[in-house]
Design a protein around this ligand. Structure first.
Ligand SMILES: [Zn+2]
Length: 197
């Protein structure tokens, strides 16, 4: 009896000792895992750099070689429209030049569209890098590009005319617009001869 009652005690004692080692081994495993994980997770990751912030406006070639600014850009004030006889905003710049004067792409790009509308006349829209679009209105029907065509800065795209009915009472001119990320901006801030220095 004594022998049998001593054995479980011994076994329990042995088990207790074993538990101690098991706990120590488990703790070491946990520590090792934590250290490994933290080393793996805190490894410096390759973070792509932020896209460069455009501070300076894109400088564009003039769409016409020789011109007079006939009417400026006005998105927050009203300008008198001699044709429509009313005050209105003017989301482009009017560059006066004789009928038939060549009009050039101001930057490299792709022609979005060439259209002929009742109010704006013949219009070319070109897409450029950095979410910039340029719009050329009041062109003659003898355009030199088609939609989808790639153009280089300085390529001739069409000719000045007076097809823009809403501005027809002004002398022949190009109505030129610049749209950056969907917002009309003052083209004078982008055209090489008009940028305020
Ligand atoms: Zn205009």
């Amino acid at each position: 009896m004594k022998k049998t009652s001593r054995n479980p005690a011994k076994a329990a004692n042995f088990f207790k000792k074993k538990i101690f080692y098991v706990i120590v081994a488990a703790s070491m495993l946990v520590i090792a895992t934590t250290v490994t994980l933290s080393l793996t997770l805190t490894k410096p990751r390759v973070v792509p750099p932020d896209p460069p912030v455009t501070v300076e406006p894109v400088t564009m070639r003039n769409p016409i070689n020789e011109f007079e600014v006939q009417k400026g850009f006005a998105n927050d004030k009203l300008l008198w429209c001699t044709t429509l006889k009313l005050w209105e905003t003017h989301l482009g710049i009017d560059l006066a030049a004789p009928n038939g004067t060549q009009v050039f792409a101001v930057l490299d790009g792709t022609v979005d569209s060439v259209t002929n509308s009742a109010l704006d006349g013949v219009v070319i829209v070109i897409s450029h890098a950095e979410n910039v679009k340029t719009v050329y209105k009041s062109l003659g029907e003898d355009t030199l590009v088609i939609a989808g065509q790639t153009v280089k800065r300085g390529d001739a795209i069409g000719f000045v005319s007076d097809t823009m009915i809403t501005e027809v009472k002004q002398a022949p001119h190009l109505h030129f617009e610049v749209i950056v990320s969907g917002t009309y901006v003052d083209p004078a801030a982008h055209l090489v001869d008009l940028i305020e220095k």
